[in-house]
Design a protein around this ligand. Sequence first.
Ligand code: ATP
Length: 234
Amino acid sequence: MLRLEGIHAGYGQTTILQDISLTVDRGEVVTIVGANGAGKTTTLRTIAGLIQPTRGKIFFEDRDITSMPAHEVVDLGITLIPEGRQLFPDMTVEENLSMGAYRKDARGRQAETLEHVLSLFPRVRERLGQSAGSLSGGEQQMVAIARGMMARPNLLMFDEPSLGLAPIIVQQVFEVIDAITSTGTTVLIVEQNVFNTLKASDRGYVLENGEIVLADTSEALLTNDHVRQAYLGI
Ligand code: ATP
């Protein structure tokens, strides 16, 4: 479904990603594991069309999207749930959710999608009329995920969904991600919570200093010596 071939990308004169090649097949859940600053967010932003690669190609459903602007990438059904949630704090939860449905394929089916999304997030349903900025961190993360779902994405990308959340909330976030993936939604996820994320995914890539140093099934990565030492603290 998604294929990156030899991607180089960065900011200004600084190259961060070096020769990144990866694939995500339809229905798969794929994780990118890496330390702070390894280039995980940069990878997701490059796929989303927010950063233009300097070399390499990106294909989505066999279409070359390498130079496609972000708003067109969104219309293809590639949705990024950004790190730090980035909700509109003064708007209600319901208004935030409707902002997620602006994609062409989602607009006409907003009411139906909202009902489906709220069935996954009962807590969000209770907070629909409240301003997003008044929610707890965990509730805001749920709204951010729900807003991403409102786009009826073909590929859903999560950037650090558990960042800064209490352990019990982290568990709830992973339960929601499990519920989303069990409906067959294709997912690419970036996380520092490596154990939980690999448990929830099919395959993973390990990114270090902008380069992919390991690629394997999640099961194999969980028992890999380097992953255990560097990312699982075992
Ligand atoms: P983290 O988990 O800390 O978010 P990450 O793996 O997602 O890490 P990136 O955010 O992709 O890492 O950052 C990779 C490198 O790019 C870092 O060295 C960072 O300082 C640099 N970087 C990120 N954003 C910018 C920017 N807007 N301008 C210049 N350099 C940037």
